[in-house]
Design a protein around this ligand. Structure first.
Ligand code: SF4
Ligand code: SF4
Length: 95
């Protein structure tokens, strides 16, 4: 679990590549582990959103959500969440 950043706004400026290419394929079928979000712990810092390589984290003013059609289950979001609000579970356990 990363602790050094409280929000995506604290991240240093880095390289940016064009986004959206992951929408060409529904890569959720690749997943063997699934991120499960505990909304009671989530502070809406959006670090998971900025780190997700598949643009599979969505949010509005009320909630954060995971788009399982595109989430590949890499676990980066769970690793970077500063409050442990995302837990990776085996895909078979979550069904
Ligand atoms: S497990 Fe990986 S692909 Fe899925 S939402 Fe988290 S960071 Fe994105
Ligand atoms: S799940 Fe974690 S990283 Fe994502 S917005 Fe909530 S607190 Fe931040």
């Amino acid at each position: 679990m990363a602790q050094q950043y409280k929000s995506w706004k604290d991240l240093p400026i880095g390289a940016v590549v064009p986004g959206g290419t992951c929408y060409l394929n529904k890569t959720g079928t690749w997943r063997v582990s699934k991120p499960v979000l505990d909304r009671s712990k989530c502070t809406k810092c959006l670090l998971c959103w900025i780190y997700c390589p598949d643009v599979a984290i969505a949010f509005d003013e009320e909630n954060i959500g995971i788009d399982y059609d595109y989430c590949k289950g890499c676990g980066i979001c769970a690793n970077e969440c500063p409050v442990g609000a995302i837990k990776m579970v085996e895909e078979v356990e979550s069904q």
